[in-house]
Write a protein that binds this ligand. Structure first.
Ligand code: PEP
Length: 257
C-alpha cells in the first residue's frame, strides 16, 4: 500500500554533464521497473538540464534544500517555485548536514515543511540522532522533538504528501549502517508518532531509511515492515550501485555483497 521511494542525494557532486550521463544510464536501466518511485536530488545547477532529460522517464527530481519564503532579498537562496519551475516534485528538508553545518533549527525546518506543502510539493523531512544522543539513550526523545516541531503545522489532509527520512547521523557517510532491527525500531517509533498526529493516515506515509545504504544492505533494511525506501548519499553517485539499491527486493549477490 506504500509505494517504496528510493532517492539519491548527490550533495555537492556532479556537474551538469555528469548528471545528464547518469540520468541517461539510469533511465535505460529502470525502463521496465514497476512498483518503486525513483528520485534524484542533484545540485541546483543540474536541475534545469535534468528536467528535460527525465521528462519522458519515471525519474522524479528533488531539491536538496529550499528557502521558506516565497521570494525576496535572500542572496544565494532558492525558492520553492524556482524548484517547481525546474521540475522538482520533492524537496529534502532538514538534512542533518543542513542542521549541523548550516545551523538549521527544528523551527526553521518546520517553516520549510509547511511552505513546501502549501506550494504543492512534497517534503522529504529528515530526522535522526547523533551518536552521542543514541549512546545517552536519547534517540526517541530527539526524534519526538524533531517530529513534533516539524509536523506541528501539517494538516491531516496534507500528511500523505509527506515523506519522512530516518537518518541516524552516525550512519551518514560513515560506512556504518544501522542494523535492520535498529532501523525498524526507530521507524516504528516514527510511525507511531505520525499516528498520534494523523491517525490512520500515518499508514500511508512513507518512511525512508538513510545512512550508508549500499547494494549489500538495501535488501535487509527494506525488508523491515516500516522501512519504505531509502535516502542514499555516497552509493547513489554511481548508476550501477544506485540501480542495485533500487532493486532492493533481490537478495544481494556475490557481486553486490
Ligand atoms: C545522506 O546524505 O542522506 C546519506 C544517507 O548519505 P550516505 O548514504 O552517504 O550515508
Amino acid at each position: 500500500m506504500r509505494v517504496p521511494i528510493i532517492a539519491a542525494n548527490w550533495k555537492m557532486h556532479k556537474r551538469v554533464g555528469e548528471a545528464l550521463r547518469f540520468a541517461e544510464q539510469l533511465s535505460v536501466m529502470i525502463q521496465d521497473l514497476e512498483g518503486v518511485e525513483v528520485v534524484l536530488a542533484p545540485p541546483f545547477t543540474a536541475l534545469g538540464a535534468l528536467k528535460e532529460a527525465v521528462a519522458s522517464t519515471p525519474i522524479e527530481l528533488a531539491g536538496q534544500n529550499v528557502h521558506a519564503e516565497p521570494e525576496g532579498a535572500f542572496t544565494g537562496e532558492i525558492s520553492i517555485s524556482m524548484l517547481a519551475d525546474v521540475g522538482c516534485r520533492y524537496v529534502i528538508v532538514g538534512h542533518s548536514e543542513r542542521r549541523q553545518l548550516f545551523g538549521e533549527t527544528n523551527e526553521l525546518v518546520a517553516r520549510k515543511v509547511a511552505a513546501v506543502l502549501k506550494a504543492g510539493l512534497r517534503p522529504i523531512l529528515c530526522v535522526g540522532e547523533t551518536l552521542e544522543q543514541r549512546e545517552a539513550g536519547r534517540t526517541f526523545e530527539v526524534l519526538e522533538e524533531q517530529l513534533s516541531t516539524a509536523l506541528d503545522g501539517v494538516a491531516e489532509t496534507q500528511a500523505t504528501e509527506l515523506v519522512l527520512a530516518y537518518e541516524p547521523i552516525w550512519a551518514i557517510g560513515t560506512g556504518r549502517t544501522a542494523t535492520p532491527e535498529l532501523a525498524q525500531e526507530a521507524h516504528k517509533f516514527v510511525r507511531e508518532r505520525l499516528r498520534k498526529g494523523f491517525g490512520t493516515t500515518a499508514d500511508r506515509i512513507r518512511i525512508q531509511y538513510g545512512g550508508s545504504v549500499k547494494p549489500s544492505n538495501a535488501y535487509s533494511l527494506m525488508a523491515q515492515p516500516d522501512v519504505d525506501g531509502a535516502l542514499v548519499g555516497g552509493a547513489s553517485l554511481d548508476p550501477e550501485s544506485f540501480y542495485a539499491i533500487i532493486q532492493f527486493d533481490r537478495p544481494p549477490t556475490e557481486e553486490t555483497a
